[in-house]
Design a protein around this ligand. Structure first.
Ligand code: AMP
Length: 192
């Protein structure tokens, strides 16, 4: 099945885990801009050096740079017949850029999964993860700032996708399996 999907939700809602699961279920690649940036930071590439400080402060990487990276990634063969985007688009500008990338191949997003989660709950989860993984740079301040950036810049996209009639809201609270079942049931309903 061709499926062009996006998973959206506040930082810490469990998007990464569910993205991997959805990608396997629908046999499409999961594309995470956060993962691409982190891999570049780890490899100390030019791109990594450019984005490191921005990411560590919890700000967003500029739209133009992010759009360019996604445009490149979507050109690759494995993304021709579908993909699941995780963490992109994150701003209204990025939505328009993605529309422009897909238009030439007569494609558009088929569904947007909104993983709903309470802010206090996700902050607690992220603090716990920072401690477990020894990510000392993931301070409460940065974690809270990421939530603010999400509320200001990304949350407005929910309304936009809802108006397009492609939004599927799923409760993100529960075990990985419970949430996965909710997502897959909801997606099968809208994609069939
Ligand atoms: P994530 O793993 O999706 O939470 O992304 C980690 C960080 O990478 C974010 O806090 C941003 O600094 C940056 N980032 C990831 N995706 C985007 C995007 N679509 N636009 C701008 N910055 C992004």
């Amino acid at each position: 099945m061709t499926a062009r999907l996006l998973i959206i939700g506040p930082p810490g809602a469990g998007k990464g885990t569910q993205a991997t699961q959805i990608a396997t279920t629908f046999e499409i690649p999961a594309i995470s801009t956060g993962d691409i940036f982190r891999a570049n930071i780890k490899g100390q590439t030019e791109l990594g050096k450019r984005v490191q400080q921005i990411i560590e402060s919890g700000e967003l990487v500029p739209d133009a740079l992010t759009n360019e990276i996604v445009a490149d990634r979507l050109q690759q063969d494995d993304a021709k017949n579908g993909f699941l985007l995780d963490g992109y688009p994150r701003t209204v500008d990025q939505v328009h850029a993605l529309d422009a990338m897909l238009a030439p191949v007569n494609a558009k997003l088929d569904a947007v999964v909104l993983l709903e989660a309470d802010t206090d709950e996700v902050v607690a989860r992220l603090l716990n993860r920072a401690q477990l993984e020894g990510r000392a740079d993931d301070t409460e301040e940065v974690i809270r700032h990421r939530q603010e950036v999400y509320a200001e810049q990304t949350a407005p996209l929910i309304h936009l996708f809802s108006e397009r009639g492609i939004l599927v809201a799923v409760d993100g609270l529960g075990t990985v399996e419970e949430v996965a079942n909710r997502i897959n049931t909801a997606l099968e309903g809208v994609l069939s």
